[in-house]
Structure formats: C-alpha cells, structure tokens
Design a protein around this ligand. Structure first.
Ligand SMILES: C[S@@+](CC[C@H](N)C(=O)[O-])C[C@H]1O[C@@H](n2cnc3c(N)ncnc32)[C@H](O)[C@@H]1O
Length: 544
C-alpha cells in the first residue's frame, strides 16, 4: 500500500513560565509554550492538550503533503482550531471515561464500520476476497464464504504493510520514539500503540480499523471484581481473571511511573489511562496472533481478525512466504453463505472465556480441561518434609492440575501419592515431588500399589468437593438473576450469568467424568480385594 510521504516534524516542548494562579472556580492547568516545526509557529496550550496538539500538528503536516495550504497562511486560526479540537477530544475522552468506556471503536455487532474497514482494506492493497464480513450466528460478526471454498485452499493474503506489529510506524513518531528508547516489550508497546493511533482519530492510518474494533471487547478484563466473585465462584478461571486484571493494572502503572509521567506532554492521562489500557489489552487478548513463520512474532491482522473460532477446525493464521501474505489453509470445505472459522489454539472453555469472552457449547470443545486444586494436609505428621520436597522442585502446598474428559495427568497422581504417603515412605517423598513437578525428563509412571487406592480416593474427594461447589452455584447462584432496572445493565447481567453458567456446566462435566472413572477404578480395586479376601478365606477353611 502506498503511504503518504512523512515530513520531518520537529516538535520541541519547553515548560513555560507559570501564569499567576486564577481563583479555584476557574482554575486552569499550567500552560506550556509549544514551538512547532522549528518554524515560526508558537502559542500557549495546556500541558494536557499538548499531545493532542502534537498529533494534530502531525495530521496538518500530512494534509499539506496532499495539497492543503501551507501552515503559515492560517497559522493563528489553525492553532486556535487545534486547541479547540484538542479540548473537545480531551472532553470526549473524559465523558466516555466517566461513562466507563473509550471514545473510539464501535458496538460489537456494527456492520457499518466493518463495511468501511472492508473498503479501506481493498483500497490499501488487500486482494479480492472469497469472503465477506457479515452478521453471523456464532460470534456476531464473522467472515462468510462468498463462493464455494475447497478443503486445502489458501485464503486471505493480507499483505504485511496492513499488519500491526511492534515494528509498525507510529502516527505520532515522538510517542513511538519514547517507547522504543525505553525498550518496552511487545505487548505493552502494542497496547500503547493502539491507544496512540486511536487518539489520532481520522489522521491515523489505522482509523478505519480502529473504528471497526469493539468499543468494549468481550473479555473477563471487563468483569468487575464483584461479578467475578459472584458468577465464577466455583470456577478456577476466577483466579486467572483476577491475576490477569492485576497484571494489566501493574503494566499500566509501570508504564505510567517509568515513562508517561516523565513525558506527560506526549502521554496525557486523559488519553493514556487505566480505562484505555483495559480496552487495548482487551483487544490484544482477543485479536493478537502469533505468526510461527515470522519468528513467532505477535501481530494484529486486520480482516483476518474478523474470523471466529471453532473448536472443530485446526487451521490457524500464518505468514505464507510464497504469496508474501498472511493466510490460512482451510481444513474443510465451505458453501457460499457459510461462516468460515479458524482455530484460536487448543484452549479450554475457561481460557476462551478469559481472553475472548465466549464459551463453546457444552461438549463441543475437544480441548476442554479444568484445573483441579489439591493441597497437602496441614494435619499430616510429615507435612514439613513433604512441603520441603515440593519446594525443592518448584511446587507448593497448593497446586492445580488439568483434568480432561480423557483423564488426569501423571503429575496429579504423583502429587496424590505424596499427599497420602505415610511416614515410613519418607525416603520416597523426593521422587514423588520430582514426578509431580514434571521435571523428570523420562516421565516414569510412578507406581506404588500399596498407595494407589488412597491416592485415587484423595483425587476423588477433591473432585467431589468441586462438583458440590458447581452444583451449589448452578442451583441457587446462576438460576435467578436479580435484574437491574437499567435495561443495558440488566442485559449485561443476563449475559455474564449465562456465560458463567455455560462455563460451570462444561467444567462440572469434566469433573463428573473424572469422578465416574475414579469410582469405577476404586470399585474394581475394592471388588478385586474382596474377591481375593474371600478366596483366601475359602482356602483357609479348606486347609483347616
Ligand atoms: C478475533 S475476534 C473475531 C471477530 C469478532 N466476531 C468481531 O466481530 O470483531 C474475536 C471475538 O469474536 C467473538 N468470537 C469468536 N469466536 C467465537 C465463538 N466461537 N463463539 C462466540 N463468539 C466468538 C468473541 O467476541 C471474540 O472476542
């Protein structure tokens, strides 16, 4: 795609002399002198509006490149106009922030913005497509086949200049330079990039893309703590969501303290704040892809990120050297009008809810799993020795292991052996902890026939206490939503409760399956023992 030639824009910012303070009622922020382009343009702007001015300036420089009148001829008006626009933009950001959102993006089902995106992509070099964005049953908007598509066909061919990566050019280069000088890693860099481009509005080259992104991505980042506590009380995903939210807050605080606060003229808090970072991280979690053939680099791929996930397909996005674009190869055929899917990876239903905000229909996710939490017993007389063995192997007294409908991992069995082993087996604690930590390279299947029944019973007890939690939630927690009088809030509550219910049903199903296998194994073992005992008694009687 052809880009406008970028003119060098030297922006120097010097704190100006503070003006005498005005009375509190009309208090203003300290003013700064800005001199743009080392030219003759100068004026007073507030510190908060400065970054927007810098970007408006950049936009103006680009406007000149496409034939607008030179700066000097309307310098005064332009500055006044910019200051007004900047104020308006800051006010807009503030209003939206007060309403709990960002001022860019669209409603999640908006087809209008999707149509503009499609037009812009075509004009920017996206080749003719066999797919189109349409309203769909699964995922609201998605890519639908326009023609017959065969299994094994390559689709999309998004050229790399239409991809957003850590190397993308910044619409406001000063902001990008600061970020790069501080060696910010890819994720926070891209999160900041998105906000920076979004705040440039129509002068960002990504404006059509950003306008088609959901204003509020479906993701657990948007659940309040009270909602997580109430609706995901039974699910281990609650902990993961709390951790993720904490990480996003930590990342934002780190960027703010280390970078934004030192360059507040480039990173005003009205634009770079926790709300806008929640949005940009929400977008990254639900749309960023890792491209294996591009050294595993992460990228946002406009157009390709309109594809929804199906657990039934295994195909994923990647860079295709022969065509020089981002493609995926269909692993099934599609008829015109059918929605085309890719795989977001082998993710459990909980992980899909965490990052993408949806839960596949019960029983349709072959990659489903649920974490089973286990712990040492405080009353165990060998508690200390066992804990030390665990710690030596990077584990703790509380651990979790993934259960699947097909069974449980050998590491869980090893942990269970350790939990139930008596003091006489203390010399085996270390090997059990090693096996539980998955550190042993050969993964020997630990076998302690004398402990097996107790270990299986231990896992069964853990499973059953979890099943009870799910059942309690499903019976009295999720069934009777208390609806708000505000219809938007009421709909949100219904949606979150439904998602939580779907997740709990899927996770409980895996627990039920594990419970069934464990009970059968234990019954067989105990039945075998009983048979052996009666055989022994029979023989004893015979000899008597
Ligand atoms: C990469 S985007 C796909 C495009 C998206 N549908 C849109 O209109 O922008 C990922 C988002 O699509 C939705 N999605 C994807 N696969 C889905 C599925 N199988 N069921 C429900 N929603 C899905 C979720 O909201 C998810 O966060």
């Amino acid at each position: 795609m052809k880009r406008l030639p970028r003119q060098s824009s030297v922006v120097t910012v010097q704190p100006g002399p503070e003006k005498p303070r005005e009375p509190k009622s009309s208090a203003r922020e300290p003013e700064y002198i800005i001199s743009i382009s080392a030219s003759t343009t100068s004026g007073f702007v507030s510190k908060k509006n400065l970054m927007l001015l810098v970007c408006l300036h950049d936009r103006h420089v680009r406007a000149q490149a496409v034939g607008c009148p030179p700066v000097r001829s309307f310098r005064k008006n332009v500055l006044a106009d910019r200051a007004d626009k900047a104020k308006a933009a800051v006010a807009m950001v503030k209003r939206e922030a007060a309403a709990g959102g960002v001022p860019w993006g669209c409603e999640i089902e908006s087809l209008e913005s999707a149509a503009s995106l499609e037009r812009w992509l075509t004009a920017s070099g996206l080749p003719e497509q066999r797919l189109a964005i349409q309203r769909v049953d699964v995922g609201e908007r998605g890519l639908v086949a326009l023609k017959n598509i065969r299994k094994g066909e390559k689709l999309l061919f998004v050229p790399p200049p239409l991809v957003i990566s850590a190397d993308s050019e910044w619409g406001c280069p000063e902001v990008g330079n600061v970020m790069k000088r501080n060696s910010v890693p890819d994720w926070p860099l891209l999160a900041t990039y998105l906000i920076s481009e979004a705040s440039l509005e129509s002068s960002s080259r990504w404006s059509n893309y950003i306008a088609a992104l959901p204003r509020q991505p479906y993701s657990l980042l948007y659940w309040t703590r009270a909602e997580l506590d109430a609706y995901l009380v039974a699910s281990p995903i609650r902990e993961r969501a709390i951790q993720r939210i904490t990480d996003v807050i930590g990342t934002y605080n780190d960027l703010r303290d280390r970078i934004f606060s030192k360059h507040s003229y480039l990173f005003p808090e009205e634009v770079y704040n926790l709300e806008t970072f929640r949005w940009s991280f929400g977008i990254l979690f639900s749309r960023l892809v890792r491209l294996p053939s591009m050294d595993g680099n992460v990228a946002l791929v406009p157009w390709a990120d309109m594809l929804n996930h199906s657990p039934e397909v295994e195909t994923f996005l990647d860079y295709d050297k022969s065509s020089g674009g981002i493609v995926f190869t269909t692993d099934r055929s599609y008829q015109p009008g059918e929605q085309v899917f890719i795989s977001y990876g082998k993710k459990s239903s909980g992980e899909l809810l965490l990052s993408y905000g949806f839960v596949p229909k019960e029983g349709t996710n072959p990659n489903d799993s649920v974490e089973l939490f286990v712990s040492l017993k405080k009353s165990d007389e060998c508690y200390k020795e066992k804990l030390q063995a665990l710690k030596r192997n990077g584990l703790s007294e509380f651990e979790s292991f993934p259960l699947r409908v097909t069974g449980w991992p050998v590491e869980l069995m090893a942990y269970a052996f350790l939990v139930v082993s008596p003091p006489e087996m203390s010399q085996r604690f270390e090997e059990m902890a090693v096996a539980a930590s998955n550190k042993s390279p050969s993964k020997p299947g630990l076998n302690y026939p004398e402990l097996e029944e107790q270990a299986l019973q231990f896992i069964l007890d853990c499973c059953e206490s979890n099943i009870a939690k799910y059942t309690k939630f499903l019976e009295d927690g999720s069934g009777s939503p208390r609806l708000s009088t505000n219809s938007k809030q009421a709909n949100r509550t219904l949606l979150l409760k439904q998602l939580a219910k779907d997740l709990c049903i899927s996770e409980r199903r895996i627990m039920y399956r594990t419970q069934y296998i464990l009970r059968r194994r234990l019954r067989d073992m105990r039945g075998g023992e009983l048979r052996a005992l009666s055989l022994f008694n029979g023989l004893r009687k015979l000899f008597k």
